[in-house]
Design a protein. Structure first.
Length: 476
């Protein structure tokens, strides 16, 4: 590994403006770590890019060397694709510029931005870009996979709000993709993950919003089943201003949790209302009517507060494992299985996450973007979250076991950002009727699968072997 890294370093350092980190360098150990502590990998070289030309040079050098390459912006890949052993990491963390045009309600942000970088800039103008729920998430990976969050029902997926991409392709060339230029690539980038290149700039639409109503409440175990039955029907008629997520978990041992609920199975309700507080009151009161009175709260909060409130729940270097899927309808048998599983949760931070899509996100035509199924509104994510490696088997086994029991009732499909690294067989399922078009775009823009550390769409090449690549650099 040392020899490979040093050779690549030698080929790059004279024309590289950023930092090239080798094992043994002072900042290498901190720089190689990613968010998910399940992955402890040692790349031969970390290329911390300062600008687009650095990205181009890094790709060309790695391509010429036939070197496995990971791309990292926030390092939040659940599957650990933000790093690799013995290869190169293209680190975009120095590229976090954001430019806002408040009059046009548009923004441009660089490929290394975190969600918090964007929120800070757009909120100065009272505008928002709909994205995820943890501010230290990398925006690039989230957007390319689709991007869901508190504003999905009101403004659509993150990828629905992108108007153009600038990216470095596998041959090192710089491309623009929008509705008229490289339109096939533009289609694929909106939901296709990191399969097609390194996006160095996103041009996006913004929306006016400064604050929301945030309502929360805990439903004790006897009321969970009635609550879920109410929720599945209530959300079908709810206005797009309402986002209501339910997490089935063990109640935390915290002062703001009623003493009688601590450590017990609960349904944790989080509701966000983006309209006027007065118009949302009747919806929030009905939604929280089954919660324990001592656990209920409802307040107007700033958008920045909303976007950072989950940061401490998903810290760096915890261990995370997920499986996800869609339901057209949450049948009674599936609810029974979830109720049984809550009592067996192996970690107090592990949970069954339930969200309802619908709203504006469901109004985008199925063939307009590569993003997966929009017609099945119930999104289930089994998210294991724990701290010690000794608990890996228990948490992973719990997720896999429950998922396998629930899967027969699910509609085929999966959100790629919520997939773990052991689910390559499910990638075609993520795109379904869009799969052949995805393969065609991949085959055109990355025919040798240089960008393969992702939920991978393999190019159309019957003799291709993922583990046996030796890429020749192309001149541009």
């Amino acid at each position: 590994m040392a020899e490979v890294g040093e050779e690549l370093y030698s080929s790059l350092h004279g024309r590289f403006k950023g930092d090239l980190l080798l094992p043994g360098d002072a900042t290498y150990e901190a720089s190689r770590c990613i968010w998910n502590g399940m992955f402890d990998r040692r790349p031969a070289l970390i290329a911390c890019c300062a600008d687009v030309s650095d990205v181009q040079n890094a790709i060309r050098a790695a391509s010429a060397a036939g070197l496995l390459t990971a791309v990292r912006c926030g390092g939040h890949s659940l599957a650990g694709f933000s790093t690799c052993d013995g290869g190169m990491v293209i680190d975009l963390s120095r590229m976090r510029q954001v430019t806002v045009d408040s009059e046009a309600r548009r923004a441009r942000f660089a490929g290394g931005c975190l969600l918090g970088s964007i929120d800070t800039a757009t909120q100065k103008a009272g505008l928002v870009f709909p994205s995820g729920v943890v501010s230290h998430t990398g925006a690039g990976g989230l957007v390319l996979g689709g991007g869901t969050g508190w504003l999905t029902r009101k403004f659509g997926l993150s990828c629905d709000n992108v108007e153009a991409f600038t990216l470095v392709a596998a041959d090192g060339s710089l491309l623009r993709a929008d509705s008229t230029t490289n339109a096939d690539l533009f289609w694929a980038l909106r939901g296709g993950g990191g399969n097609f290149g390194v996006v160095t700039e996103f041009e996006v639409k913004l929306h006016p919003l400064r604050s929301v109503v945030l309502a929360e409440g805990l439903c004790p175990e006897p009321g969970i089943r009635p609550l879920l039955e109410f929720w599945r029907d209530f959300m079908a008629e709810a206005p797009p201003d309402l986002k209501w997520n339910i997490n089935l978990r063990l109640a935390a041992h915290k002062e703001n949790v009623p003493a009688e609920l601590r450590g017990c199975p609960v349904a944790s309700n989080s509701l966000v209302w983006t309209g006027s507080p007065e118009s949302g009151r009747k919806y929030l009161e009905r939604a929280l009517s089954l919660s324990s009175p001592g656990s209920v709260s409802s307040n107007v909060v700033s958008f920045m507060t909303l976007q950072t409130m989950a940061d401490s729940d998903f810290p760096h270097r915890r261990r995370y494992y997920t499986k996800s899927g869609y339901f057209t309808y949450l049948d009674d048998a599936s609810l029974d299985l979830m109720m049984e599983a809550v009592a067996e949760i192996p970690s107090p931070d592990t949970m069954i996450e339930l969200a309802y899509l619908g709203g504006v996100a469901s109004q985008v035509a199925a063939d307009e973007t590569s993003f997966g199924d929009r017609s099945a509104p119930f999104v289930l994510t089994l998210l294991a979250n724990w701290s010690e490696a000794s608990a890996d088997a228990d948490n992973i086994s719990w997720v896999r076991g429950l998922f396998n029991k629930l899967r027969p009732a699910m509609k085929p499909g999966v959100y790629v950002n919520f997939m773990s690294g052991d689910e390559q067989d499910r990638v075609p399922e993520a795109y379904r009727e869009r799969w052949e078009r995805m393969v065609a775009v991949k085959s055109h823009y990355d025919p040798r699968n240089f960008f393969r550390l992702n939920q991978n769409v393999q190019p159309r090449n019957p003799n291709f072997q993922v583990a046996e690549i030796n890429i020749a650099a192309k001149k541009v």
